[in-house]
Design a protein around this ligand. Structure first.
Ligand code: ATP
Ligand code: MG
Length: 493
């Protein structure tokens, strides 16, 4: 699960389902036992009522049993008519266990089923030898009429107050009615559950979303802050000092510390470069003065020339470091003015040809006939072009070709520097704009292709400071093309 919100929703839904399920089970069990108790008391009162009617009738009329035409004992019709209205299963037996009366429900059973009931309805104490007159107790229980008759909840009670004419009253009720009520309850619970769970989960999701909304906002803010150079920005602190408020506070503290150390780092680079510049100028002046002395031994002269070269390289490096440090601090000012870019190209042409000639490659500059005017910093732009040309020449073997092209397109002004050189491996491409990054780290400043790896970092900064972009395409062994794109928005008057 991707988000905390999703997880919270799942947990919430699970907890809800579990508690509803427990509730439903408890409800079901208690309702079910209550219905069974209802059933129990119903048959008890049916049996008692019947016993009451028989006792009453006995007092009024005496004999309640007569012989039918087949000579079997039966309940006299008047009483039978009264008992006829009793619902459920009602059986009345004589003291010998013979059936005297059966209610309509009981008569509706098959013979085999009926016999089972009849056996149950035997007087409670007749099995024990018929002693004790009406002293027998009640028997209650549950019985399933086989093979597929109803399951009955029943009670068998003696009839002590009817002059000993009766053995027992059997009253039973089908448990199906109770089961039916329980089943109805289950289906009601299921329906209510299904109808209720969806809105409940949706509401849970909504609550989780609301609770986590500040976190989402914080993520966006932090991303914005760490994305660009906006370490000075801080998260908005919520009013409440809850967990999120404290988190925002902690993040802000962390960013303050980060900002401090970044600033210190930039300051240090800027200060160190700056401080080194003056002594370096002094050294350079000294070496230059010494080199012009007449009659210097050849060896000393060579040594001094080498020193001068190194001093020049070091000055360049310091210049680059200072530029980048100032750019980071936002203090590197661009002096933008409307310039015809072709003039900058022409200025760079001389240097480019000089470099190309030394390296044994040909260089070609192409530009439109019409002026290409943009508001740019002239010297920075020249630096950008020269960096790219210098790289193109440096990384192209003898006999290769370098082309520098200025074009105006719909999307803006394009500066394309292409070479037929060694190219850059795809895996290295993402790094070439990093500071101090060089494809072959082993080739140092003094090797066959000297450099420190700051040229492209500076070029990128210059392009972006003008609102432009710089892209590279390269195929190892085939050549490299750098494309700088300036938007028309940078166009001067
Ligand atoms: N035109 C190119 N062809 C092949 N590789 C290149 C090209 N331009 C740059 N690279 C690779 O990218 C790396 C970084 O270039 P970048 O200009 O930043 O540093 P550098 O030229 O090595 O040193 P610096 O420019 O600071 O003197 C280079 O070391 C080189 O490996
Ligand atoms: Mg370079």
């Amino acid at each position: 699960m991707e988000s905390i919100r999703g997880r919270l929703t799942v947990w919430y839904a699970t907890a809800l389902i579990l508690s509803v399920a427990v509730f439903a089970i408890v409800l079901y069990v208690s309702r079910r036992s209550a219905t069974y108790q209802d059933l129990e008391s119903r048959i008890q009162s049916e049996a008692d009522l019947t016993a009451g009617i028989l006792a009453e009738s006995y007092r009024a009329r005496g004999v309640l049993v007569e012989q039918d035409t087949a000579g079997r004992p039966v309940l006299i019709p008047e009483i039978a008519a009264v008992l006829e209205v009793v619902p459920d299963f009602l059986l009345l037996t004589s003291r010998e266990g013979r059936l005297l009366f059966a209610s309509p429900d009981a008569r509706a059973l098959t013979f085999a089923e009926f016999d089972q009931l009849n056996a149950l309805a035997a007087p409670p104490d007749s099995a024990a030898g018929g002693g004790g007159g009406g002293g027998g107790g009640r028997v209650a229980g549950q019985y399933r009429v086989t093979p597929n008759g109803p399951t009955l909840h029943y009670v068998v009670r003696p009839v002590p107050d009817a002059g000993g004419q009766f053995g027992a009253i059997f009253a039973g009720a089908n448990t199906q009615t109770a089961d039916l009520r329980a089943a109805q309850l289950v289906s009601t619970i299921i329906v209510a559950f299904l109808v209720g769970i969806v809105p409940a989960v949706l509401v849970g999701r909504w609550i989780a979303g609301r609770a986590l909304e500040p976190v989402d906002r914080m993520i966006t803010e932090v991303r914005e802050i760490t994305d660009g150079r906006s370490l000075h920005r801080r998260l908005a602190l919520p009013m409440e000092k809850d967990e999120l408020g404290r988190l925002a506070g902690t993040l802000n503290q962390m960013m303050a510390r980060l900002e401090r150390s970044f600033t210190a780092l930039r300051r240090f680079t800027a200060d160190a470069s700056h401080e080194l510049k003056t002594p370096l100028t002094v050294v350079r002046a000294g070496v230059e003065r010494a080199i012009t002395r007449p009659n210097l031994p050849q060896e000393t002269l060579a040594g001094l020339e080498e020193t001068l070269q190194e001093v020049n390289r070091m000055t360049e490096l310091l210049e680059s470091l200072l530029t980048l440090a100032r750019a980071d601090e936002g203090r590197a000012d661009l002096h933008r003015e409307p310039v015809d870019l072709r003039t900058i190209m022409e200025e760079a042409e001389e240097t480019a040809e000089l470099l190309a000639e030394q390296a044994g490659v040909t260089v070609e500059l192409r530009m439109p006939d019409a002026p290409v005017v943009l508001a740019v910093d002239r010297s920075r732009l020249r630096q950008l072009i020269l960096n790219l040309v210098e790289n193109a020449v440096k990384y192209t073997p003898r006999g290769g070709h370098v082309s520098v092209e200025l074009e105006v397109s719909d999307g803006g002004v394009l500066l394309v520097v292409a070479d037929t050189g060694i190219g850059i491996a795809p895996g290295d491409l993402p790094h070439i704009f990093d500071r101090f990054w060089r494809v072959d780290q082993a080739r140092t400043r003094t090797g066959e292709r000297p450099g420190v790896g700051l040229g492209l970092a500076i070029s990128k900064w210059i392009a972006e400071a003008h609102g432009g972009t710089i892209d590279v395409q390269s195929r190892p062994g085939r050549g490299t093309t750098f494309t700088v794109r300036f938007p028309h928005g940078a166009m001067g008057p």
